[in-house]
Design a protein around this ligand. Structure first.
Ligand SMILES: NC(=O)c1ccc[n+]([C@@H]2O[C@H](COP(=O)([O-])OP(=O)(O)OC[C@H]3O[C@@H](n4cnc5c(N)ncnc54)[C@H](OP(=O)(O)O)[C@@H]3O)[C@@H](O)[C@H]2O)c1
Length: 346
């Protein structure tokens, strides 16, 4: 068994990594860090996992530095992960960083969206963007992978076939997001009495995940608008993109294009054209799984396309893609620990 340390194990993505790793045949969790809960049993924070980790307690980050491991997952806040990534790499460990520290390769783009400071360029240059559907070959055997933004993943998977075919002229996207995007610690806007039943638009033009869509889809900023709306969900994202195509298309050709790109993908599925209520993906159909669902409909004019995707933000948008990347980096079957079926209805 390869030994795994999870840094930031009291959080939501840390909890999902633990849930996934409990079903992995080749990876064993040997340490889970927390500053606030060091010394306490893991199940006091993740009670649903008590039978899976009866004997493990959280460890302070200082203690975890001397643990022998082969792989580290960093489920830490932005800005705190990259020094840990550098430390783990120096100790010969492979690293998957779920934070945003290493996602944007271009220094200018990174500073524009996240401000000055942050990870040094040589560390960022070592990282592969951790979305296997777009970077599988580079992830195989890699030492360092970034995580993915959850909204960015909903957008990137939905639009990648069109971007690759040079068909994107203009995109206006809206992500409808659940509260777990905000992590485990409630803030002014995310505390339940204020967040529940909210329909709140967040960051209409400057959501940071937009930067990952610009990078991965190779779009000019003036061609993409993205808004995010808080809706009544705990998990899940539904991304709705109004796309103007660069040239007229026939719907049958677009189906062929999407099937060609995603036909062999283990975790990206196309929604059926009929019946109408299943054509545009609902996050409930992927909840608790590493699946992404993509559907679309073409306007009669052949130019306006509505593309909709759904993912579970904590899985395909975070811990699931992270484990999928780690499997490729470590030489395991890509889907190890990830073949969870969605829970429906939930
Ligand atoms: N939630 C999502 O949907 C999602 C999706 C994609 C990516 N991500 C990214 O994944 C990372 C983790 O997200 P999350 O939702 O799991 O966050 P979270 O629930 O807030 O958990 C953060 C974890 O980091 C630890 N931590 C907090 N501040 C720290 C610090 N200054 N130094 C060291 N450890 C610290 C916390 O434990 P202690 O305070 O006990 O140390 C906790 O275990 C973030 O970078 C986030 O952007 C999240």
């Amino acid at each position: 068994m390869a030994r795994v340390v999870i840094w930031g194990g009291t959080g939501l993505t840390g909890g999902e990594l633990l849930r996934l790793l409990a079903g992995h045949d080749g990876l064993e969790v040997v340490a889970v860090t927390s500053r606030r809960r060091a010394g306490q049993a893991l199940w006091t924070v993740h009670p649903h996992l008590r039978p899976d980790y009866p004997g493990i307690s959280f460890m302070s980050p200082d203690e975890a530095r001397s643990v022998e491991a082969d792989l580290a997952f960093l489920a830490l806040p932005h800005g705190t992960a990259y020094p840990v990534a550098a430390f783990c790499l120096d100790r010969g460990q492979k690293v998957v960083d779920l934070s945003a520290d290493l996602r944007l390769g271009d220094e200018k783009l990174r500073h524009h969206w996240y401000g000055d400071g942050g990870a040094p360029q040589d560390l960022v240059d070592r990282a592969v963007y951790g979305l296997p559907e777009l970077h599988r070959d580079e992830l195989i055997g890699a030492d360092l992978a970034s995580g993915v933004g959850c909204n960015a993943t909903a957008l990137n998977l939905a639009l990648f076939p069109l971007a690759q075919a040079g068909l994107l002229d203009e995109v206006r996207a809206e992500c409808r997001v659940g509260s777990s995007e905000g992590g485990a610690t409630p803030g002014e806007g995310s505390h339940h009495p204020f967040r529940s039943r909210a329909l709140r638009v967040i960051e209409p033009f400057r959501h940071r995940h937009m930067a990952e869509a610009l990078q991965e889809l190779r779009l000019d900023p003036e061609r993409l608008t993205m808004t995010t709306t808080a809706v009544e969900l705990v998990r899940g994202i539904q991304m709705i993109a109004h796309v103007r195509l660069a040239q007229k298309a026939r719907e049958a050709d677009l189906w062929k294009l999407y099937r060609r790109v995603y036909g062999e993908e283990p975790f990206v599925h196309l929604a059926p054209a009929r019946p109408a209520h299943l054509r545009f993906p609902d996050p409930r159909l992927v909840m608790g799984s590493n699946r992404a669902l993509v559907g679309f409909g073409l306007h009669d004019d052949g130019c306006r396309l509505l593309v909709v995707s759904a993912i579970d933000n904590l899985l395909k948008g975070a811990a699931g893609s992270a484990l999928q990347s780690a499997n490729l980096m470590m030489g395991f079957e890509e889907g190890q620990g990830l073949h969870l079926r969605p829970c429906y209805p939930a």
